[in-house]
Ligand binder design. Structure first.
Ligand SMILES: [Zn+2]
Ligand SMILES: [Zn+2]
Length: 199
């Protein structure tokens, strides 16, 4: 199971390196930071390891040359899965009030809290949207590691307050727009995209 272990260590390294960068370079240490870090570590070290089960059934991967279509496909598939699951957690009031509300505790968001979430959300929104696409396109270790680095750094940047008009910061502010991740193609397609620039 070295495949999933390497992805896990890559995620841990790049997530926390990015968090340290924003915490110390941009001076983003808050009263809640220690409490938030504890929650994220529980998600990462207690719930993420469950991925070892689906990875037993990982399909025979294609070679690295396929990265040219696999990486764009993974980015689009993650946006689709994240959009649908995330929007449903807003639409269903039970799921919102009991689960997704935890992630929305911080407005504006804070970098270390990028993965601050209820374990159910961690599994069915965060892990599902970033891991299932790898199974669909059958990416190998190299492509999967590159994707893990992009996803781990991107989620921290999206919660870092450093990009003034970041679409995900706008989601935390209004709660009715920008449900997607990355390019937000689904939001643009389904008219839920909101840019603070255009106001
Ligand atoms: Zn968020
Ligand atoms: Zn949300």
């Amino acid at each position: 199971m070295y495949f999933v272990n390497i992805l896990f260590l890559t995620h841990i390294f790049f997530y926390w390196t990015s968090v340290m960068f924003y915490t110390y370079i941009y001076n983003q240490w808050y009263d809640e930071s220690l409490y938030v870090i504890k929650n994220v570590l529980i998600n990462q070290f207690i719930f993420t390891p469950f991925l070892i089960i689906p990875f037993y059934f990982y399909p025979q991967p294609y070679s690295t040359i396929h990265i040219f279509w696999q990486l764009p496909s993974i980015i689009i598939l993650t946006d689709i899965i994240f959009y649908i699951s995330h929007r449903y957690f807003h639409y269903n009031k039970f799921l919102y009030n009991n689960i997704h509300i935890y992630h929305h505790k911080f407005d504006p968001p804070i970098a270390s809290a990028a993965l601050y979430a209820h374990p159910i959300e961690h599994i069915f929104i965060n892990l599902l949207s970033t891991v299932l696409p790898m199974f669909i396109v059958k990416s190998n270790l190299v492509v999967s590691v590159i994707w893990t680095i992009i996803a781990s750094v991107n989620v921290v940047i999206a919660h870092s307050r450093t990009w003034k008009n970041d679409p995900h910061t706008t989601h935390h502010k209004y709660l009715i727009c920008n449900y997607g991740a990355g390019l937000l193609l689904m939001d643009k397609l389904l008219n839920t995209y909101k840019s603070e620039n255009k106001n």
